[in-house]
Design a protein around this ligand. Structure first.
Ligand code: GLU
Length: 418
């Protein structure tokens, strides 16, 4: 049996903690174990009443990984492959991510194993509200704050907020982030992950001397992250020449019209059949002759099977965990620069933090202020990661983990054990 996502994430983590001498530096504190043992994992039954009156029983999860640096924070995904090990891995990456960009949160993640897009709107609302009702005691603006993830959006956050308000009898805006602007959401939150990916690419491009004007990119995944990354890359002068999603892929070496592609995907449900490009095999997207490759879908997209075919100089991990350890090793040997997920896609949770701040103050920022603050956070974190990589002569992933581990271990040690 192949190891699950969480065991693999831990293995990688222990390699870093060992190199950092964490045990020696925090003697007798079992620090590597403290940092990799989730605080709380909740697994629940979610019974969904279908429109035809039948009941579908699904598994739901919320993993609160660590709150040494602040309240638990992380998205909720509704997808058939969701299981406890995956949610644990995602929750673990969340708390590494909040530490890399140095925002005052811990990490969590939730999900339900269900084919969510196949449900009717009424079924979607019932499922989301059932999930929120079952887990309502876990949530709170100073306890655990959900946000959108795969197949969830502002709509689901509004439903969760409604459940919390009905049960607790009061309005608490900071209970979720990524909610509709009309309910206290932040401007710029919906596109924040893609915006942050492009800020991270801009910083990395300076470091590796890649001129973005006229550079080319391929994007795997055209959901929230992939489509907004495509849009902002195009705005930065990058030619996006290939895009794929769950059902198909398209290419145009002269550069796809991203606004038209977004409209096509919104109308038809995907990129396949886009008249402004030629069809492409989804797996061949990885071998496109581009400067930048952005995996922006699910875990384990780049494996030992396709890493050797990649021709990009720069990989920007818009998704969480898109590159396996074997693939990372191949890419490093081939001199490909990889902006690791816990840095690259941290723009989403960073603007979630801005939303939470605005909710606490009941004072709302302009879209320009959100973008300017986000740019600062992403640029500073990117520079820190590049400097750490130079200091230790290591890859950017190891550098990002070193920074995150240092921050979480310092907080954990300061808090003490009782
Ligand atoms: N789901 C996003 C992520 O994986 C955002 C989480 C958040 O904003 O809390 O980073």
């Amino acid at each position: 049996m192949s190891a699950d996502a969480f065991s693999l994430a831990k293995e990688r983590f222990f390699r870093y903690t060992e190199k950092m001498g964490l045990d020696r530096r925090f003697p007798g504190q079992s620090m590597p174990e403290h940092l990799t043992e989730p605080d709380r994992s909740v697994e629940v039954r979610i019974s969904l009443k279908r429109d035809d009156g039948s009941v579908q029983v699904c598994r739901g999860y919320r993993v609160q990984f660590n709150d040494d640096r602040g309240p638990y924070k992380g998205g909720i995904r509704f997808h058939p492959v969701v299981d406890l090990a995956e949610v644990k891995a995602l929750a673990f990456w969340m708390y590494m991510k909040t530490a890399v960009v140095d925002i005052p949160f811990g990490g969590a993640k939730g999900g339900v194993a269900v084919d969510y897009p196949a449900l009717s709107l009424a079924e979607k609302e019932r499922l989301t509200k059932r999930y929120a009702t079952v887990l309502v005691d876990e949530l709170g603006s100073e306890r655990d704050i959900p946000a959108p993830d795969v197949n969830t959006s502002a709509r689901e956050m509004a439903w969760i907020m409604d459940v919390w308000r009905l049960i607790h009898g009061r309005y608490q805006r900071g209970i979720v982030t990524g909610k509709p602007v009309a309910m206290g959401g932040s401007l710029g939150r919906e596109t924040a992950t893609g915006r942050g990916v492009v800020f991270a690419i801009e910083e990395a491009a300076k470091q590796i001397r890649l001129d973005l004007r006229g550079a080319t990119a391929a994007i795997q995944g055209f959901g929230n992250v992939g489509s907004s990354t495509a849009r902002f890359l195009a705005e930065a002068g990058v030619r996006v020449t290939a895009v794929s999603d769950v059902a198909g892929a398209v290419r145009d070496p002269r550069g796809l019209d991203i606004a038209a592609l977004r409209r096509h995907a919104a109308e038809t449900g995907g990129v396949a059949g886009f008249p402004g490009g030629e069809p492409l095999d989804r797996e061949d997207l990885f071998a496109e002759p581009v400067d930048i490759l952005v995996p922006a879908a699910l875990e384990h997209a780049i494996t030992e099977n396709n890493a050797g075919r990649i021709r990009a100089r720069l990989i920007a991990e818009g998704a969480n965990g898109p590159t396996t350890s074997e693939a990372a090793h191949i890419l490093q040997q081939r001199g490909v620069t990889v902006i690791p997920d816990i840095l690259c896609n941290a723009g989403g949770v960073t603007v979630s933090y801005f939303e939470w701040v605005q909710n606490r103050q009941e004072f709302y920022w302009t879209a320009e202020k959100v973008d300017a603050e986000l740019r600062q956070v992403m640029a500073r974190a990117s520079r820190e990661v590049f400097a750490e990589a130079a200091r230790h002569d290591c890859c950017l992933r190891e550098a990002a983990y070193r920074i995150a581990i240092e921050r979480v271990a310092t907080a954990a040690a300061a808090r003490g054990v009782q």
